[in-house]
Design a protein around this ligand. Structure first.
Ligand SMILES: [Mn+2]
Length: 404
């Protein structure tokens, strides 16, 4: 099977199901045996790893399962900014305009078939139909979606690898068929990028990443010496934000932290936040990005094209002026020991939108490390302030009742 033809077919299938058939029509359609719809989803931020893992895994499944219908989409959680704001969300690989925000048109459970899932904690409506999850981040087993996963759902969660593409490469290489140079190239490039080309200083890889890249290179007849020019090319492509608006730069690689009471978007950008906020229109972009959230976390990274040196910084901004809340999260990040982020003020301070801006001197720490620290701080804050609403109500009402 040809990978490009598979992609075209998958896109056509998805388009037909979403554009022409309503969920009602799906529900009414007879469940013809052998016509199951398999969905393989990446996560909402649609980075290179997410997109490549989803499409290549779909290809492997399609060829090995004999499924007549196999398609893919990006994961878009209902209620999150990615889905509703529309516009050209550009990911690292291709223009997402051609893609469809699935949950808006499809009511889960109404269509024939089952869903397969790669990457990320599944969003709630899909969870009961998920048959498999591949990820290199631990799943949140406390989340309601996790509890809805069927008992037979296979979990392939391996935090030791730097790239989810490594887990897909393992599947791809384990079979004799299908073979595709495009698939091997995509998986190879993604692993090289995600592991920062196996840079020892960044330590973002494990033995499995190395083994899979070597196997892919032997399939592609490449030498490992060619990796660094490929890496440079990929880094330059990823850092090229010249065609994006500033809001798209913020959304390009975002994750969303959700608790019962809050939604906190975390942006990951290929430039330092300190440089981003100097650009004209930055404030408008930040407001668009963080509308409806109490807190925005923006992580910046700059890789020097000359020597590959990495710099990182971060910002915490509250659009609703929740200074104490920002301070609490800042404190949690500053005090973190696992890992120590080594956060210190920038040489030149900024007052941009009243936010908190810090250089991160431990450049090995990534969003993967920062996300759980922020989440813990949110939950602690919520636990401490759980009674606030009742108390305010009580004190407002009490004098009225007592005095009148
Ligand atoms: Mn990844």
């Amino acid at each position: 099977m040809c990978f490009l033809r598979f992609l075209a077919q998958a896109r056509g299938t998805l388009g037909r199901h979403l554009a022409e058939a309503s969920p009602v029509a799906w529900a009414a359609a007879p469940d013809v045996s052998g016509r199951k719809l398999h969905l393989v989803m990446g996560n909402e931020s649609c980075d290179l790893d997410s997109a490549v893992s989803a499409v290549t895994l779909a290809f492997v499944y399609a060829a090995s399962s004999g499924a007549r219908l196999c398609t893919y989409t990006e994961h878009s959680s209902p209620g999150l900014p990615v889905e509703n704001r529309g516009g050209p969300l550009v990911c690292e690989m291709w223009d997402c305009r051609a893609r469809v925000a699935l949950p808006r048109r499809y009511s889960p459970g109404s269509g024939p078939g089952c869903e397969r899932y790669s990457r990320g904690p599944p969003c709630k409506p899909w969870a009961p139909n998920v048959t498999e999850i591949l990820d290199h981040r631990p799943l949140e087993d406390s989340s309601p979606s996790f509890k809805q996963l069927p008992t037979l759902c296979q979990l392939d969660i391996d935090a030791s690898v730097g790239s989810c593409a490594t887990l897909v490469a393992q599947r791809y290489l384990a079979e004799d068929q299908p073979r595709s140079t495009s698939v091997a190239q995509l998986l190879h490039a993604t692993i090289v990028l995600d592991t920062i080309n196996f840079a020892p200083a960044a330590k973002r890889y494990g033995p499995k990443d190395e083994a899979m890249v070597q196997k892919l290179e032997s399939e592609l007849n490449r030498k490992d010496a060619q990796r660094s020019s490929l890496f440079d090319e990929l880094v330059a492509a990823r850092a090229d934000i010249s065609k994006l608006t500033l809001t798209e730069v913020l959304r390009k690689d975002m994750k969303v932290l959700q608790t019962d009471r809050q939604v906190v978007p975390l942006a990951g950008m290929p430039i330092l936040v300190r440089d981003f906020v100097e650009k004209s229109g930055a404030e408008k972009a930040v407001r668009e990005f963080g509308v409806e959230s109490n807190l925005l976390v923006i992580l910046g990274m700059y890789v020097s094209p000359a020597d590959g040196q990495v710099q990182r910084d971060l910002a915490l901004i509250s659009l609703s002026g929740q200074g104490q809340f920002v301070q609490r999260v800042q404190q949690a990040l500053m005090e973190s020991n696992d890992p120590k982020l080594e956060l210190r003020p920038h040489e030149v301070d900024t007052r941009f939108m009243g936010g908190c801006f810090l250089r991160q001197h431990n450049v090995q720490a990534t969003r993967k490390h920062i996300l759980p620290i922020v989440k813990r701080a949110l939950l602690e804050w919520e636990a401490d302030h759980a009674c606030d609403c009742d108390e305010v109500y009580f004190f407002k009402e009490k004098p009225q009742l007592g005095l009148s």
